[in-house]
Design a protein around this ligand. Structure first.
Ligand code: T3D
Length: 258
C-alpha cells in the first residue's frame, strides 16, 4: 500500500501489481488503516483510490483464500465483516469525496471499491467484472447495493449472473464510470479532479454525499428531512457565509472546508 499526500489530496494506491492488486489479509489491514486515517485527518479534503500497474484491484487474493479455506481458517468468513464491510462503509461514510482512478482491471471486491467511491474516472484500458459467480460466490463489498444504483438492476444482473467483463467504453455508456481518458492522461486527470474537490466546500460535500447515500434507501419525506438537516447545518458554516458574500461582491469564493 502506498499513501501519499499532495496538498489536501491523499492518494491511496494498492500496490501488489504482480497479483493484479488482489487483496491478502495483510493488504486489507493496510488498506483499511489508510482509509480510516484519510477519513480522520481534517487536513485531507479529497481522497484518490487507485492501483499500481495494469490493475485497479482484482478483489480477494484467491491464492491466499484457497490456503485459508484448506486450513479451515475462520478469517475466510470474518474478513467480509471485518474488512470488506468496514472498508466500504469507511469510503461511503467519509465526510470528503473519494475518487476512484481506475487504472486497469477491476474484479470482485475491487468493483465494489470502485462503486463505493463518489466519482470514477477510468483509463481506456480499464475493464470491469463482478467475478464473484466465476468463483461460485454471490456478491460482497456493497456490489449488490451500489452496482444497480449506478447501472440499473438489469445490467447489474448481467454482470453478476453472466460474469460479463466490460471495457471502459461499455462502463461509461452504462454509467459505471463518469469519464474515460487515455491511460497516459489518467493520473493527471485523477489529480486534477481530486484537487478541484479538495479546494471545494468540504462540509457541503460531506452533506451532499450523506444525502445521496441516505436517499438511496429511504422515502421522499425522509429525504426531505435529511436535506433540511443538511442545509440547517450548512447555513451556520463559514464557507456558506463567505461564498454568498463572494457571489454578491462578484468575486471567486475561497472555500476553507468549514
Ligand atoms: O471470504 C472472502 O474472502 C470472500 C471475498 C470475496 C471477494 C472477492 O473479491 S471474490 C472475487 C475474487 N476475484 C476474482 O475472482 C478475479 C480473478 N481474476 C480474474 O478473473 C482475472 O485474473 C482478471 C479478470 C482480474 C484479470 O484477467 P487478465 O487476463 O487481465 O489477467 P490475468 O493474467 O488473469 O492476471 C494477472 C495476474 O494476476 C495473474 O498472475 P500470474 O498467473 O501471472 O502469476 C493472476 O493469477 C493474478 N490474479 C488476478 N486476480 C487474482 C490474481 N491472483 C490472486 N487473486 C486474484 N483475485
Amino acid at each position: 500500500m502506498v499513501a501519499t499526500t499532495d496538498g489536501a489530496v491523499r492518494t491511496i494506491r494498492i500496490d501488489r501489481p504482480r497479483a493484479g492488486n488482489a487483496l491478502t489479509l495483510a493488504t486489507k489491514d493496510l488498506l483499511l488503516g489508510e482509509l480510516q486515517r484519510a477519513a480522520a485527518d481534517p487536513a485531507v479534503r479529497a481522497v484518490v483510490l487507485t492501483g499500481t500497474g495494469r490493475a485497479f484491484c482484482a478483489g480477494q487474493d484467491l491464492r491466499e483464500h484457497a490456503a485459508l479455506l484448506a486450513a479451515g481458517d475462520p478469517r475466510v468468513s470474518s474478513t467480509v465483516r471485518d474488512f470488506y464491510n468496514a472498508a466500504i462503509l469507511t469510503i461511503t461514510g467519509m465526510r470528503k469525496p473519494v475518487v476512484a482512478v481506475v487504472n486497469g482491471v477491476t474484479a470482485g471486491a475491487g468493483l465494489g471499491f470502485a462503486c463505493a467511491c463518489d466519482l470514477r474516472v477510468a483509463g481506456r484500458s480499464a475493464t470491469f467484472t463482478a467475478a464473484f459467480a466465476g468463483v461460485a460466490l454471490a456478491a460482497d463489498s456493497g456490489v449488490s447495493f451500489l452496482l444497480p444504483r449506478l447501472v440499473g438492476s438489469g445490467r447489474a444482473s448481467r454482470m453478476l449472473l453472466l460474469g460479463e467483463r466490460w471495457d471502459a467504453d461499455q462502463a461509461l455508456a452504462a454509467g459505471l464510470v463518469d469519464a474515460v481518458v487515455d491511460d497516459a492522461d489518467l493520473a493527471d486527470e485523477g489529480r486534477r479532479l481530486a484537487t478541484r474537490l479538495a479546494e471545494g466546500p468540504t462540509e457541503a460535500f460531506a452533506w451532499i454525499k450523506a444525502s445521496l447515500h441516505h436517499a438511496a434507501s429511504t422515502d421522499l419525506a425522509s429525504a426531505l428531512s435529511f436535506e433540511e438537516a443538511a442545509q440547517g447545518a450548512l447555513f451556520r458554516g463559514e464557507d456558506h457565509r463567505d461564498a454568498v458574500a463572494a457571489f454578491l461582491a462578484k468575486q471567486r469564493p475561497t472555500y476553507r472546508g468549514r
